[in-house]
Design a protein around this ligand. Structure first.
Ligand code: PTJ
Length: 250
């Protein structure tokens, strides 16, 4: 179905996203709440002009540098991320040497299995999250359950479309968080070291592209990219774009 949408259609990304989420719900990957989250995301994306704004591109480059610097990076995957960008997540994990771990807000064994199988069908050699032999302290909920040798052990975690409580708890654990979220006012990107205010369907391939171009960079160059990134400014510029449309072609 998504193949039928011409790439120059003015609402291309939005329509692709919507169709993938619908298919994710039908396949038992995405929760029904995921449909609501998608609607919320679409509204913000519309206001952002459905494009990667310059400050989001900077954030995506900083995210790539941070993932390359990490000792143990982990990409956290929920039902929306799995439906929207399974192959792209596998490619990013491979490019930066990260683990993929399924972590769900609405955790059920059936969804955990379906998402792990879906990622494996898209080329993931190994998917974490099913052991769930550790807990994130400070969260009294199923989404606290993580793998001891996955998110629990990670120094850098990429968390797309996250809820604020878990984002805060991961930050409390001292993890460097990269959060992808279209809403710059949401608590999770505000907690992140690197907030990426962009649609996940554009953000993940762009982080991978940056990581590929930085693959042979020295550590001090990568460290400088991360140090130069200004999270407050990135949030502010996204909010400005949403409120005023500044920078958008009319
Ligand atoms: O699969 P589960 O059970 O782990 O549940 C996942 C969802 C996303 C349903 C759950 O975490 C949830 O309810 O999230 P929220 O609180 O609705 O937050 C989702 C955030 O993601 C909102 O701020 C949306 O604006 C944003 N968002 C939605 N679609 C996209 C997005 N951000 C980036 N790209 C998108 N395509």
């Amino acid at each position: 179905m998504t193949e039928d949408i011409p790439s120059d259609h003015p609402r291309h990304d939005s329509l692709v996203t919507r169709h993938r989420i619908e298919a994710g719900v039908d396949a038992g990957i995405t929760s029904r709440q995921g449909l609501i989250a998608e609607g919320r995301g679409e509204a913000f994306d519309y206001l952002l002009g459905e494009e990667t704004i310059p400050s989001a591109d900077d954030a995506e480059r900083a995210a790539a540098a941070q993932l390359l610097l990490a000792e143990h990076p982990v990409l956290s995957v929920n039902g929306n991320a799995a439906a929207l960008v399974p192959e792209e997540l596998v490619e990013l994990a491979e490019t930066v040497g990260a683990d993929l771990e399924v972590n769900l807000f609405k955790r059920t064994p059936a969804r955990m299995e379906a998402i792990a199988d879906h990622l494996q069908a898209h080329g993931a050699p190994d998917v974490k999250g099913l052991d769930a032999d550790e807990r994130i302290p400070g969260i009294d909920h199923e989404r606290a359950r993580v793998d001891a040798d996955g998110i629990y052990d990670a120094d850098v975690v990429l968390v797309p479309l996250e809820d604020g409580d878990r984002a805060e708890a991961l930050a409390e654990m001292g993890k460097v968080e990269i959060v992808i979220d279209l809403n710059p006012l949401s608590r999770s990107p505000r907690t992140a070291a690197i907030p990426v205010i962009d649609n996940i369907i554009r953000a993940i391939p762009n982080i991978t592209a940056h990581a590929r171009s930085l693959e042979s960079a020295e550590r001090d160059e990568l460290e400088a990219i991360v140090a130069d990134f200004d999270a407050e400014r990135a949030l502010h510029e996204a909010e400005e774009r949403i409120r005023t449309g500044a920078g958008q072609e009319q």
